[in-house]
Design a protein around this ligand. Sequence first.
Ligand code: UD1
Length: 423
Amino acid sequence: MKAKIMTVVGARPNFMKAAPIIAAIREHNERMAALPNSMEVSNSPVVIESVMVHTGQHYDEAMSDRFFVDLCIPKPTVHLGAGSGSHAAQTAEIMKRFESVLLQEQPNLLIVVGDVNSTLACALVAAKISFDGNGTRPLIAHVEAGLRSFDRCMPEETNRILTDHLADLLFVTEESGIRNLQQEGIPDDKVHFVGNTMIDSLLAFRSKASTSHILDTLNLRGMDSAERPGNGVARYALLTLHRPSNVDHRESFLAILEGLEELASSCAVIFPAHPRTQQRIADFGLERFFDHVNGAGNEEKRSSTSTNGKICLLDPLGYIDCLCLMEHAAVVITDSGGIQEETTALGVPCVTVRENTERPVTIQVGTNILAGTSAEGIRQATRQQLKLGAEFAMPEAWDGKSAERILEVICRELGKQQQTSAS
Ligand code: UD1
């Protein structure tokens, strides 16, 4: 049997979630190629043709290309080059460009990951496509299904809900996802609890991250302290902020920066900033909170780790450097969904600058805390997280084998599909 699987990626957080699946398909094909013909496994596609589509939602070297190198992902088969725009314009542009690719390639199954506009756009096209005028379309698999913030102001929440309701196979990362999907009436037999492919990537690339030079570049080595004795790394915080609700309004952004001043006076705060955030810093005249505005410090070594109350602003980092910085941070302050999970897997204290999270397991495990977005909330949460010292459990099935489990289910389903169409 042969089958074609198309995987869509579009924006930065997609790449680390898709990479292990692409690798699992390659390994599956290698295993199958090594089998003698007589041992072909019935009901399982022997050879999977893997087609990767990059929508181009993120297009910069820093937001896209570098991740393909860092995560050893092959070049996309097709690049749609959709680019930026309003939500409607971006989603529509991806849909228009994706439809003709889908019609041409006619995969048996489409994989979409996460909750970005590309995820919804491509799932929606696939749900309505007809390859033959009789409604034949690919199975749709959603990786990272079931997460809910219950905050409809987040564009990602709309993307998650709609994508889940379009999907035929829903791959869930944490127990809350199963509950949420049950409550929305999604049949149990579509839902598969497989763990977290982003954590597959983290575990696969953790040792490579230990060879990163980013700690030297930022002059964060050679500073043992009472809090982190003996590991030769200075006490520092890592900061990421990019949510429109946090950075697109001057008052909200200002309150967050005021909430971080206390931390920035006690240790270095390293801030690789999303292009949107860098733009807002300039638009709102907030440069006084930062050193190295416009990423000017990226290449040059920071002159000292002395704390002057300013935040060290950098251009966005690649996956390996970011993982290294996360692993050694005393605390991570973020509004990213993925970083809440990555810090949980690393056992690093995290302060989430949001009122809610769609990833409650990170709170249950104890590494993550919701600070809200007020200056005082951020100050208090940061003080509390800096005192965390315990060991933390890894959430269930975050064991580096999630992509393998996903591919097992997919092969089973494709086998069933091919049997049905043959009979
Ligand atoms: C998108 C996702 C968000 C995810 C984030 C990670 C949606 C609705 N949002 O938000 O869930 O957490 O990616 O980064 O899909 N830009 C560049 N270079 C790029 C890409 C973007 O400069 O390669 C700038 C453009 O000015 C663009 C802006 O960033 O207008 C925002 O990009 P966009 O893809 O619209 O949303 P993100 O904020 O990145």
